[in-house]
Ligand binder design. Sequence first.
Ligand code: SF4
Ligand code: SF4
Length: 377
Amino acid sequence: MQTYVVSTARVEEYRDSAVRAGLDAVLAPLGGMENFVHPGDRVLIKPNLLSAKHPGQAVTTHPALVKEVILLVREAGGIPFVGDSPGVGGIQRVAEKSGIMEVLRETGTALVEFSASRELNGKGVFKRLPLAVPYLDADRVINLPKLKTHEMMTITCGVKNLFGAVVGTAKAAWHLKAGADRELFARLLVEIYLVRPPDLTIVDAVTAMEGDGPASGDPRFVGCLLAGANPLAVDKVAADIVGIPEKLRYVERAAEKMGLPGVDAAFIRIAGVALDDLRVKGFRLPHITDVQFGLPVFLKNRLRNHLTSRPVPITEKCSLCGICRDTCPPGAITIDNGRLSVDYRLCIRCFCCRELCPHAAFAVHEGVLLKLVQRCF
Ligand code: SF4
Ligand code: SF4
């Protein structure tokens, strides 16, 4: 079986020269940027542009990494452009706040918001997958995820970052198709990756996010960059570094069930800094939002409110902007007479509302049985 190289380098800060040295170190074992980009290639650089946050909040890929990757693509003769479909706020605003717009101006690089999509055949459960045209038509795709916790998927890294190739509101429709079933949603993410795998994935794990990510967690220094051609292998190594328990790695498990290469540790070769020298201790996971053991579905459905966490609005923080109502996949949120409420019979516990609320106006309340389970966890 093929061996997948995941390269690692220590990077202590986001100074341009430090990031460049880290990139040179992670790309060397992979054959350099020239191995992925050829002269004249139109190269899409796909950072995590979830929402309009300052780079210090660790929600978005750091601009210093975006800048140095742009320069490396140019040096290899490629024509870089940056694109994504933010969860909320429009790409211009997100790029400004995250510091990426400044880098694009400085380097004369185009910013492309994903709007039109094209449907391609899926490779499994999902028969037709509509993905952004600039993502599908780029000669090369360089995936630049931020390593973060994720309340639904536990971790977001290389594979989850590609959900950004699903255009705007279609994201909600896909959440709805998978419903509350996180294993099915993980499968969807893997199938999106398979439709058009990125050519190269470079993970921003200098400052990661721990706790209640991907938007409400806390920055956590991890101090490294990771890179590889196979994002499943890269994600596995990233999860090992921050100590994500294997049973909570939904994407990895979905790929394993599909028999995909890249998730078997026996076939991953680390090049660069050894994992034991990169591991961080006490990396805080998000709240457990569901029980992990296999109860019969009818029982799970009956006990749902007690077995799962749910998003609860914090009235005093809410500006009634309506973003969560407009993006909630099943339409479980309403605003009436100046008051926001959630219909928990409809809620699929995707936590998009927490992810997209600009005022952190949702808390997580744990079900009674879930609390009991957590004590034994
Ligand atoms: S909870 Fe957040 S996103 Fe929803 S209406 Fe209030 S401020 Fe807006
Ligand atoms: S209320 Fe929040 S968690 Fe529930 S379905 Fe809507 S967006 Fe998802």
